[in-house]
Every structure is written in structure tokens, then in C-alpha cells.
Design a binder for this molecule. Structure first.
Ligand code: PBG
Length: 334
């Protein structure tokens, strides 16, 4: 871009194109619309809506509320919902046995959403952590997270989700080889149209803290729950490209970078290297930071929300998974 000849000051005054709203709109390089948003929400076994303390404005929703959310998403022009389960502690065990339960919370939530608003895509997380009492995403033996035995479990879980009607499976576990195994199992099971959005570049991040609170796996404090043997080192960028390449080769339709805002460089690199649909996840900690500052009056809440989401589009993302989705869609005037 810098190679394009351009005039110098005063012939060139870049402020000319900023002088009022209509011209700013005219030359705007990227736009944010409700169709860029995937609404991340948490479903729980009980009744009603339960506030998540560390995420002001986010509530765990009952199955009935999730049904309503799907209808709301449709009305707001939000294309898809990503649903996460808050499982009763009593149902959790070391193996995460409830993960593939065809009558479990996630299966019921999927069916209700697809019944209430079939036009809205449903995305489900393929990972064991909401179902394990230790909070890890995989099968643990002698303190080690076992890769291949975990994949076996993930396949059961993913197929159950596909059978319940999930449109997009999103493996978030970071085991090696899980995308290929899942793709093969979907093909074999007659689910060739089910999409995979791989959490391809997922980092071992401090920014997932409030999520553990939201899905109730916070009993191990975020500091203790170390996922560094499977999630990526935040210092690495080249490795993200290898992860993405591998997941695409194994049959992922879309890829994701997570967390979002501290990793916009990764989003940009993935988009430039692969030109495939690339999503960013504005995670719970990012949500919490923005809301904490806004609640203190330190930043303008609505402007910060829209600016943070627009940044993902500028970085090249196809869309954003965000807890702000319904609010943002309303602000964007859907
Ligand atoms: C785990 C999973 C996590 C999130 C989504 N899926 C947490 C983790 O990896 O420990 C985090 C979401 C968020 O922080 O908003 N499979």
C-alpha cells in the first residue's frame, strides 16, 4: 500500500475524508452487522435465568429461555448460537460420562432451539470439560491428558450432538487428530452436511476465567487448572498456522482463533495464509474486562462493545463468537 504514489501535504489532507458522518460512512473499509455475530450462551438444568457474577449481563438460561433466545436471534438477524452447558456437579465425573448423553442438557437444548427457530444455526462445543469433575478437556491418567482415548470420547459426543440436530460441531479440546476423526465419524454416520468449526488456534489463556464460573467448573481455580499441555503457548504465532493447516487438512470447514482481542495478529495471519472462513472468539475474560471498566464509568460501554467487535472484522475475521451478540445486534439496529 505504501508503494502507491500519493500526494503530500497540503495537497493530501487525510482529515478531508473524516470531516462528517456521511463521508466517513462512504469510505469506511469494514462494517459490522448482526450477520457477523455468533451468540455464545450458557444453558442450565434449572428454571429461569441465573446471573453469572463475573460476567455482568450474562445469565445462564433454562431450556425454555434458550428456546426464546433462538427466536430472538432470528429476529435480530444473528445467524447462529453457540451453546455451552452448565451441568449439575452431581453429574460430573472423572471420565465426563454425561458428555455424550443423548438425553442430556445439550441434546435437549439443540432440539428445542432447532424446533423454535430452525433458521438459526446451532453450534456445539466438542470437549469434555463441562462434564469432568477435574475440569480438563480430556481423559486424565496419572496427571496426563491422554490424546487418543480422549478422541474416542469426543467422537461419541460429537455424533450425539449431530444426531440431536447440531449444525456445526466445534471441537475446543485441542487434542491432536480430533478433527479428522470427527470428520470420518460424521461421514460414516451419514452426517456429511454437518460442519466443523475447529478451535484451531486455541491458547492456554488466563482470559477464560469467568467462563469456568459460568459453566461451573470454577472449583479448580483458573490458576490451578493448567491446560498448557494441550492448549497453545500464548507466545507462539507460527504454530497457530500449523494448527490451522492441520485442521483444514483433516476436514474443518471453518477455523477459529481464541481468545480474540489479544490475538488479532493471529486472526490476520490465518486469514492471509489460508483465505478460509476464520472466526474469532471474544472470550469471557474479554467480556468481563470491558464490562468491569464500563461499570466503573471508565469507558463508554456501548462504544467499546462495537469498537471491540469491529476490530475483528478489520483484522479479517468472517465473524465473532461473543456474549455481546444480542446487545450488539440491537445496537447495530437490526
Ligand atoms: C473448553 C472451553 C473453554 C471455553 C470454551 N470452551 C475454556 C477452556 O478451554 O478452558 C472458554 C470460553 C470463554 O472463556 O468464553 N472446552
Amino acid at each position: 500500500m505504501s508503494r502507491i504514489p500519493q500526494a503530500g501535504y497540503p495537497a493530501l489532507r487525510l482529515r478531508r475524508l473524516r470531516q462528517n458522518d456521511w463521508v466517513r460512512r462512504l469510505v469506511r473499509e469494514t462494517t459490522l452487522a448482526p450477520s457477523d455475530l455468533i451468540w455464545t450462551l450458557v444453558v442450565h438444568e434449572g428454571e429461569g435465568r441465573i446471573p453469572v457474577a463475573s460476567m455482568p449481563g450474562v445469565e445462564r438460561l433454562s431450556i425454555a429461555e434458550v428456546r426464546r433466545a433462538a427466536v430472538e436471534a432470528r429476529a435480530l438477524g444473528i445467524p447462529a448460537i453457540a451453546v455451552f452447558p452448565h451441568i449439575d456437579g452431581a453429574k460430573k465425573d472423572a471420565a465426563g460420562s454425561d458428555a455424550a448423553n443423548p438425553d442430556g442438557l445439550i441434546a435437549r437444548a439443540i432440539k428445542e432451539m432447532k424446533d423454535a427457530a430452525p433458521e438459526v444455526g446451532v453450534l456445539t462445543d466438542v470437549a469434555l470439560d463441562p462434564f469432568t469433575d477435574h475440569g480438563h478437556d480430556g481423559v486424565v491418567e496419572n496427571g496426563k491428558i491422554l490424546n487418543d482415548p480422549t478422541i474416542e470420547r469426543l467422537i461419541e459426543q460429537g455424533i450425539m450432538q449431530a444426531e440431536a440436530g447440531a449444525d456445526i460441531l466445534a471441537p475446543s479440546d485441542m487434542m491432536d487428530g480430533r478433527v479428522g476423526a470427527l470428520r470420518a465419524a460424521l461421514e460414516k454416520g451419514g452426517h456429511q452436511d454437518v460442519m466443523i468449526m475447529a478451535y484451531a488456534a486455541k491458547y492456554a489463556s488466563a482470559f477464560y476465567g469467568p467462563y469456568r464460573d459460568a459453566i461451573g467448573s470454577a472449583k479448580l481455580s483458573a490458576g490451578q487448572l493448567d491446560k498448557k499441555t494441550y492448549q497453545m503457548d500464548p507466545a507462539n504465532g507460527d504454530e497457530a498456522l500449523r494448527e490451522v493447516a492441520l485442521d483444514l487438512a483433516e476436514g474443518a470447514d471453518m477455523v477459529m482463533v481464541k481468545p480474540g482481542m489479544p490475538y488479532l495478529d493471529i486472526v490476520r495471519r490465518v486469514v492471509e495464509a489460508f483465505s478460509v472462513p476464520t472466526f474469532a472468539y471474544q472470550v469471557s475474560g474479554e467480556y468481563a474486562m470491558l464490562m468491569a471498566a464500563a461499570k466503573n464509568g471508565w469507558i463508554d460501554e456501548e462504544r467499546a462493545i462495537i469498537e471491540s467487535l469491529g476490530a475483528f472484522k478489520r483484522a479479517g475475521a468472517s465473524g465473532v463468537l461473543t456474549y455481546f451478540a444480542p446487545r450488539a445486534a440491537r445496537m447495530l439496529g437490526a
